[in-house]
Design a protein around this ligand. Structure first.
Ligand code: ZN
Length: 383
């Protein structure tokens, strides 16, 4: 009698255990596949950013069609399937990223730079800012005038900007116009890759984002196509925790170059508009630290001019009344921010899926333990 009960329990326990371990191994396989799928276009980080130099790393970095096309994607890259970090449901529920063009308090002026760093020019901008005790915001790219994948100087400059108290923000990885990037399936990778790059280098996730050419944040003016693209950009950035920073005082330094009169004239379109003064208005200024003329001539002139009008320089965070330029809840652990070449980034590091994976792993463990107990129990009855 006892033996028969024991045999039943033994048979049931073995069958259950076998079934569970099969589920466990197939779930591991799918997890692994999943990780590969999710991190395509993200593998770049571990290999590229921290070392920044070797060709082998570069080869590793480009693991998918998406990433490889992105390299030279500024020139009408063929469409690829977008790799989204968020599900359709998450994007549908996301709050669109808010758009800022000025500060909370009148009299404030923020210096912001786009498109850098450029090892040939950015150091001189940093020197000037230090001498004048100004905190600026750098909206940086991964690959533009600098190259985080192949130029250690570029990576060092991002660290230097951060260590000298400036705020580091995203301007996309490849400096793609996001409207074009949407058409090419490249919007997501441009946003996510820059987020991850900054996180890899500095250990923080930025909060501020500026779209190249402003596309994605200009009012759509009843243009349904633009409106739909704006929504797509703003929802994705919102899901990724970003705020969009536009500008109120553009120097158009890239156009006017060393023509300082033209640059002041350009600024005056906004600064000297009727009713505008430091008593009532504030400005987010726009320059590009990637041009020698900007850092050597335009920056000193603009800083002197803005001061003479009575504005005070503040950081972007102070301007917006925010405690930090970085997403507090997403600070990475030390091991994540100190990746070295050859380290394998799994989906868990970047996708936030580890909670689900961990919990399913522990359920499997519990099931295996219970079938082991059944085995012991059946042996007890058998003996
Ligand atoms: Zn730009």
């Amino acid at each position: 009698m006892f033996k028969r009960i024991g045999l039943y329990i033994l048979a049931a326990g073995c069958a259950y255990g076998a079934a569970v371990s099969q589920v466990a191994s197939s779930s591991q396989t799918s997890q692994a596949n999943n990780a590969n799928a999710v991190t395509t276009g993200q593998a770049y980080n571990a290999n590229t950013v921290t070392t920044g130099a070797s060709q082998a790393n570069n080869a590793n970095a480009v693991t998918t069609g998406a990433a490889s096309q992105a390299i030279d994607g500024t020139t009408g890259a063929a469409s690829v399937a977008p790799v989204s970090r968020f599900t359709e449901a998450e994007l549908a529920a996301a709050v669109p990223a808010p758009v800022y063009t000025d500060c909370q308090k009148p009299g404030q002026f923020v210096i912001t730079f786009d498109d850098g760093p450029n090892p040939k020019t950015t150091p001189r901008a940093l020197q000037f800012l230090k001498e004048h005790n100004i905190t600026a915001t750098f909206f940086i790219n991964g690959i533009n005038y600098g190259d985080v994948e192949n130029s250690p100087a570029t990576v060092d400059l991002i660290r230097q900007e951060f260590n000298e108290g400036h705020e580091i923000a995203s301007h996309t990885y490849y400096h793609h116009d996001l409207f074009e990037a949407i058409d090419n399936g490249m919007m997501e990778v441009n946003i996510d890759k820059m987020t991850d790059t900054i996180q890899e280098i500095l250990g923080v996730k930025p909060i501020y984002f500026r779209p190249p050419n402003g596309n994605g944040a200009y009012p759509a003016n009843n243009n349904p196509e633009r409106q739909a693209k704006n929504e797509k950009v703003q929802k994705y950035l919102g899901a990724a925790g970003y705020k969009i920073i536009m500008w109120g005082a553009d120097t158009r330094d890239w156009e006017h170059k060393d023509n300082l009169d033209k640059i002041i004239e350009e600024l005056n379109k906004k600064l000297k508009a009727p009713g505008v003064s430091p008593e009532t208005h504030s400005f987010i200024g726009l320059m590009h630290d990637v041009h020698a003329i900007t850092v050597d001539i335009v920056l000193p002139k603009v800083v002197e001019y803005i001061s003479s009008l009575g504005y005070t320089y503040v950081s972007l965070s102070e301007c917006l009344g925010l405690p930090s330029a970085y997403q507090q809840e997403t600070l990475v652990s030390a091991e994540n921010s100190n990746l070295v070449a050859g380290d394998d980034l799994t989906g868990e590091n970047l996708t936030g899926k580890e909670v689900d994976d961990d919990s399913s792993a522990s359920i499997i463990q519990i099931k295996l333990v219970s079938s082991f107990i059944a085995l012991i129990l059946s042996l007890f009855f058998l003996l």
